[in-house]
Design a protein around this ligand. Structure first.
Ligand code: GRF
Length: 194
């Protein structure tokens, strides 16, 4: 299975997935990282991990459609089968969704449909919930609304701060994302050979 990972920032989930491939836990090829922000730390991680990187910004294009058409071409020419969003801070538009229906996956740091958007951990913490978690889902045209593939809960302790809660959530993400990708890949390969 050929995978492209899209990320905009830190890239710890990107690194966890690449390491799972290198450790033989995920039977796939990370063909490239796409990053929409040249300053993002994930670009450095990709260089260190020896993953080809494509970097451009929507600002370089006259419209979102033209930006996504360029991305689609890059995906097509590399025969990418699955797009994995790992902290990619943009809404996927119809140009990509139509071609990659049910083949774009996202991870979100809350128990969706609670706390969608950019501040899932902070909003859950400030709401004082007793439990929050991680959701992995297919991407549709909404914000964190697509069909849920897997969720894992995290208990919020009385002693948790926003930072300790964020650390617990990221630890789960780094294990769960490669595990779920491995399940999806195995199911797909079963469907092809079975
Ligand atoms: C993660 O918490 C992920 O759930 C969310 O964005 C964050 C990305 O973190 N979509 P990183 O860039 O992988 O470190």
């Amino acid at each position: 299975m050929k995978i492209a990972i899209f990320a905009s920032g830190n890239g710890s989930n990107f690194q966890a997935i690449v390491e799972a491939v290198k450790e033989g836990k995920l039977d796939s090829e990370i063909s490239f990282l796409f990053c929409d922000n040249p300053q993002a730390f994930v670009v450095e991680r990709a260089q260190q991990l020896d993953i080809p990187t494509i970097v451009f910004s929507p600002k370089d294009f006259c419209s979102k459609e033209v930006y996504e058409a360029e991305l689609l071409q890059r995906l097509t020419e590399k025969n990418i089968q699955l797009v994995v969003l790992a902290g990619y801070m943009r809404i996927i538009g119809s140009t990509l969704l139509e071609t990659f229906t049910n083949r774009i996956i996202n991870i979100h740091p809350s128990l969706l449909p609670q706390f969608p958007g950019c501040y899932g951990i902070k909003e859950a913490f400030e709401a004082g919930v007793k439990e929050t978690g991680v959701t992995i889902h297919y991407v549709d045209d909404g914000v964190d609304t697509g069909p849920i593939i897997k969720q894992e809960k995290v208990l919020v302790d009385q002693n948790d701060t926003l930072e300790t809660l964020a650390t617990k959530i990221h630890q789960i993400e780094h294990r769960l994302y490669p595990e779920v990708l491995a399940e999806i890949i195995n199911q797909n390969e079963g469907a092809v050979t079975g």
